[in-house]
Write a protein that binds this ligand. Structure first.
Ligand code: CTP
Length: 393
């Protein structure tokens, strides 16, 4: 999704600027065309030559460059998106207050494309009310922010201030190239991962769901301005750090959490691979070896079906992983569970980087399914596009 997109990469003087070397490399791998601007302070940490070599493109840092055309205007006109990283309290303060005294701030002032700011600094500086007021002011002018992560900071402090992982910045760029905060005012409850049904304290029954699709949906909905809560079971991925997350391992735990919360949400996306069966009498002690072991399994509650019966105005999205009669089975689930949308996927594609999905909506039959193919983050955005289309028509 960054293919041939023109990214103006603005680097400031925070220690995290060394991580931007890897970020530049990832953006190039994703097909982006990058031009870089560095502040004087950024060049104290990393040299322009590093970014010039990785991006195979220009690195600018002088406001008054007599050889070039009026560079802050030409760069502003050139860019599809501007990303400022690691954004210091100084650069945020200058932009928020209309100061334009270097190449980054003058270019930002002259630009009309989307702008993503990624702050990274000491926790006390980040939490300073002056900075927070500047951030809120810029948000009100449609600047996008990716908040810092909590963790160990270069200054030795622990707290909120770390530059986010490279992947998270790339996800944010992919979103803001195409969408602004179009899901603002909407709330999403997303379930993800594989449930765990205990046999004894050591053993359990589960399935191969990684949780990636649910995480992609939670991430995309949040970045597009939605208020998101994620309920997750067993997952093989790092949680999106900015999303409010609650763990619920078994089908019963997930049922209790989801049913408690869902009345307060506009949209529920049930992406978790919830077990259909659970051991009837899980053993409180470890089961010892014997010739044979028979485990009696009983049905779990169908969480989505129960929401379909109890729902008021909630928009319900379900998933159907099928290996045959994909559309027919998915359509049946859409109707049986009283859903607004079902997303079907072919289990034959499981484990591949690109997936294929078929979307069927309420009151539509399987012949009018909509098909999309791409990586999970792309598909998550398409599912949300379909949701917002329905909500606005
Ligand atoms: N689901 C749920 N509670 C369950 C089981 C599934 O909420 N106990 C949800 C899943 O999150 C998913 C959808 O229902 O959105 C899947 O539908 P389902 O009919 O359970 O599909 P399968 O488990 O694949 O069932 P089948 O074996 O009948 O195909």
């Amino acid at each position: 999704m960054l293919d041939n997109k023109k990214i103006l990469f603005c680097l400031c003087g925070g220690i995290a600027v060394y991580k931007c070397v890897e970020l530049a490399s990832q953006m190039v791998k994703e097909g982006a065309i990058i031009k870089t601007i560095m502040t004087k302070s950024a060049m104290e940490f990393v040299t322009p030559l590093t970014f010039q070599s990785i991006t195979k493109n220009t690195v600018s840092y002088k406001l008054f460059n007599h050889e070039a055309n009026i560079e802050h205007i030409s760069l502003a006109d050139w860019a599809d998106i501007i990303v400022i990283v690691p954004a210091t309290a100084n650069i945020i303060g200058k932009i928020a207050n209309g100061i334009a005294d270097d190449l980054i701030t003058t270019t930002v002032m002259a630009s009309s494309c989307p702008k993503l700011i990624v702050p990274a600094m000491n926790v006390n500086m980040y939490e300073n009310p002056i900075l927070q007021e500047n951030i809120n002011k810029l948000k009100s002018f449609d600047f996008m922010f990716l908040e810092p992560e909590i963790g160990r900071l270069a200054c030795g402090y622990e707290g909120k201030g770390r530059m986010p992982a490279i992947d998270e910045i790339i996800y944010a760029l992919k979103v803001y190239l195409h969408h602004q905060a179009d899901l603002k005012g909407k709330s999403f409850l997303v379930t993800a991962g594989a449930s765990i049904e205990k046999i004894d304290p050591m053993r359990y029954i589960t399935n191969i769901s990684s949780g990636k699709m649910g995480f992609a949906l939670a991430r995309a909905a949040y970045l597009r301005g939605g208020q998101v809560t994620l309920i997750y079971s067993s997952v093989a991925e790092k949680l999106p750090y900015y999303v409010k997350s609650i763990q619920a391992l078994s089908a019963k735990e997930m049922h209790d959490q989801v049913l408690r919360l869902f009345p307060d949400f506009d949209c529920v996306i049930s992406c978790a691979a919830v077990a259909d069966f659970t051991p009837q009498n899980p053993s409180p002690v470890k089961i010892k070896k014997s010739e044979n072991l028979t485990i009696e399994l009983v049905r779990t509650i169908d969480i989505l079906k129960e929401m379909g019966e109890k729902k008021d105005k909630q928009y319900l999205i379900g998933f159907a992983a099928e290996s045959e009669n994909i559309l027919k089975n998915a359509h049946q689930k859409l109707e049986n569970k009283n859903l607004n949308m079902i997303v079907a996927n072919d289990l034959k594609m499981a484990g591949k980087t690109d997936s294929e999905i078929f979307i069927i909506k309420k009151n539509q039959n399987e012949d009018s399914s909509i098909q999309y193919q791409g990586d999970k983050f792309f598909l998550a955005n398409k599912i949300l596009d379909e949701y917002i289309n329905d909500e606005t028509t």
